[in-house]
Write a protein that binds this ligand. Structure first.
Ligand SMILES: CC(=O)N[C@H]1[C@@H](OP(=O)(O)OP(=O)(O)OC[C@H]2O[C@@H](n3ccc(=O)[nH]c3=O)[C@H](O)[C@@H]2O)O[C@H](CO)[C@@H](O)[C@@H]1O
Ligand SMILES: C=C(OP(=O)(O)O)C(=O)O
Length: 433
């Protein structure tokens, strides 16, 4: 087990290179299964979730090689395995994204149910119902989703008109990937509009798929007989970008994020500006300059293009030290405030009122031992550590490694005092009776 040790007080300054987007790389790596010849994918971030996706491909018997630091070549054979086991799926919810590609390509798939996780129940009913509408027979037993395409359909899914009850990012992606090889047209209504959905659609189209409308709430997929190989570059990570910008504002610093795309961050940049940041941007960079102590902001999380739930925890850390009171309402996940008790341990003044966190900024936080509970909660604790007086030890850092590439190196290069340490096993000494 490792921890991050952060000593607060340094203002972040300089340039940070943003990595490829986790939430685009994962669906793309798993959708590469659909191709019938090699696929080269670049700008893939070095993350634990990417390692898990590659392990999943390996488990399925799909060869892949690492060509350079951020580039992988996946060579899907005509026939391969179709079981995604619990041992891998339990470590990464996005593993559910193999369901659509496996079903479309092999005509059958067995994928362990991902189960609940820290931020909410996160059911996958919309994925299952949509694939049923495409003609798949699906049972859930022994903790697995067991799906096949009946023989009378010739092993091929058929196009369907699917209306999603709730906007779901991976639901939209899974159904889109399943539909590219289906017989006929699939229409997904109330589709997620996240940029990562668009990136997956662009990837599939680069292999010969016919997907239109991605980025709007209606996506149309005309099924094709095969997908060929190709080269694709994953989009930049908008959440990593936003996290560094919040960290810079919290520390009253001045940084430039390079290799990013400001177009994906409208809602976040708007709130940073409201919080007092001066933002300038170019085609692939964003510069943030602090103009003093940030102001607390109020916001509501909602599907894209509204404010992303994946940036909520970081803004709560910002509000914790900002001037005034900010109300943050979480509408996507029912249990995404687990950073709040940890931030309180550092001196933050945050009240929870149902799905709203009301923070009144304090003059200073104080360093403490805190525990990561999920990926973005971890990022908020690191941000809090950067501004706290003294030293903060952020434990269970494996959560952060799921989604941030070499975070301590990138922050150190911006002037932060942060290092990774191995944790000694805790020994609780029994006091004498
Ligand atoms: C790998 C990936 O891309 N993860 C992102 C994706 O997660 P993910 O795709 O899992 O999140 P969803 O968009 O599916 O979840 C949105 C809401 O829909 C509900 N729901 C979802 C599916 C379903 O079948 N039934 C159902 O009720 C969920 O419980 C949640 O309340 O989008 C989230 C919302 O932007 C982000 O926080 C995650 O970082
Ligand atoms: C919740 C997240 O990821 P995942 O859906 O992979 O758990 C996230 O990226 O913040």
């Amino acid at each position: 087990m490792e921890k991050l040790v952060v000593t607060g007080g340094a203002r972040l300054h300089g340039e940070v290179r943003i990595s490829g987007a986790k939430n685009a790389a994962l669906p793309i790596l798993l959708a590469a299964i659909l191709a019938d010849s090699p696929v080269r994918i670049s700008n893939v971030p070095r993350l634990q979730d990417v390692e898990t996706s590659l392990a999943l491909l390996g488990e399925l018997g799909i060869p892949h090689t690492r060509e350079s630091n951020d580039t992988y070549v996946i060579t899907p054979p005509a026939k391969h395995g179709h079981v995604a086991p619990y041992e891998l799926v339990k470590t990464m919810r996005a593993s559910i994204l193999v369901l659509g590609p496996l079903l479309a390509k092999c005509g059958h798939a067995e994928v362990s149910l991902p189960g609940g996780c820290a931020i909410g129940a996160r059911p996958v009913n919309l994925h299952i119902e949509g694939m049923r509408q495409m003609g798949a027979t699906i049972v859930v037993e022994n903790g697995y989703i067991k799906a096949h395409v009946p023989a009378e359909q010739g092993g091929r899914l058929r196009g369907a008109h699917i209306l999603l009850d709730t906007v779901s990012v991976t639901g939209t992606e899974n159904l889109m990937a399943a539909a590219v090889l289906a017989d006929g047209e699939t229409i997904i209504e109330n589709a997620a509009r996240e940029p990562e959905v668009v990136d997956l659609a662009n990837f599939l189209n680069s292999l010969g798929a016919k997907v239109t409308g991605a980025g709007s709430d209606t996506i149309r997929i005309q099924g094709v007989d095969r997908l060929h190989g190709g080269d694709y570059k994953v989009m930049p990570d908008r959440i990593e970008t936003g996290t560094f910008l919040v960290a810079a504002l919290a520390t009253q610093g001045e940084i430039t994020c390079t290799h990013t795309n400001p177009d994906f961050l409208d809602a976040v940049l708007k709130k940073l500006t409201e919080a007092g940041a001066e933002i300038t941007k170019g085609a692939d960079w964003i510069k943030l300059k602090s103009k003093g102590r940030p102001r607390a902001v109020s916001l509501v999380t909602a599907p894209h293009p509204a404010f992303p739930t994946d940036m909520q925890a970081q803004f709560i850390a910002l509000n914790a030290i900002a001037e005034g009171t900010g109300r943050v309402r979480e509408t996507i996940f029912e249990n995404r405030f687990m950073h709040v008790p940890e931030l309180r341990r550092m001196g933050a003044n945050i009240e929870l009122e149902g799905n709203t966190a009301v923070s009144t900024g304090v003059d200073k936080l104080t360093g403490a031992q805190v525990m990561c509970t999920d990926l973005r909660a971890s990022a908020s604790l690191v941000i809090a550590g950067l501004v706290a007086e003294g030293t903060t030890e952020v434990e269970r850092v494996y959560h952060i490694d799921r989604g941030y590439e070499t975070i301590e190196q990138k922050l150190s290069a911006l002037g932060a005092q942060i290092r990774r340490e191995k944790m000694c096993p805790t020994r609780i000494q029994k006091t004498s009776d």
